[in-house]
Design a protein. Sequence first.
Length: 315
Amino acid sequence: MSDCQHQLKLFALNSNMKLAQEIAEVMGMELGKCSVSRFSDGEIQINIEESIRGDDVFVIQSTSVPVNEHLMELLIMIDALKRASARTINIVMPYYGYARQDRKARSREPITAKLIANLLETAGASRVITLDLHAPQIQGFFDIPIDHLMGVPILADYFKSKQLEDIVVVSPDHGGVTRARKLADRLKAPIAIIDKRRPRPNVAEVMNIVGQVAGKTAILIDDIIDTAGTITLGANALAEHGAKEVYACCTHPVLSGPAIERIQNSKIKELVVTNSIALPEEKKIDKIVELSVAPLIAEAITRVYQMKSVSVLFD
């Protein structure tokens, strides 16, 4: 990469160090030297331990649990980089937290996805690279370039390698139909939709299934699985409607609260996720298969640095 005048520097904060190291390995680089410590009252202190003057810096940090800690780490890091005269500050955010409130669904509600965009820009970010935003329109909340990567090709390649027969791709709700269709196109399969009503947040109620699932291998797809209520109820409903086997997949395994227990006790044969969020050991059950997004992110970083197209990765 020496043909570029400005050096590429890769830094990682605490949200997903394993993924960051994988990305650095794929790129044949070392992670930059920085330390994240705490003052005795819990305030975050960041030290960048090498010169980054005039460099193109990429910071890898998901805003996953504990969300507020990781978000503050990132904002303080951006400020430190700006004050240390980095040429560009590129935020690599495999999982963009606070994305579920992307509009005012009720009166007096915040739009947190927009607030996070404002915070990143105000702190001094020059660009954001992210993966499978909860809603694609979040890209419009930014006035800086945003590269939106897709997890579907990685999930599709995995299911192709299993050589499953009679596949139907199922969206767990109406909002996910576009995502389901993208996976279905790659697997050359039909789609079905679960029509559900949600009485209150994190409580899902399955109503009926639109499409043919009897005798088929169903693959449920979502962007985020949080408490796993929607996906496990969906899987059980598919089994009741005669699906032969039920697989599920998502890009972001938030898996909070009762999620692991629900998945373990559900009709889901296998849950395929990516490592956009670091899974602690206690959540790595036999049913969960983890795929790496490191090669995809490494390629995107390289392309951004070399001023090449990123969209060709998904053609």
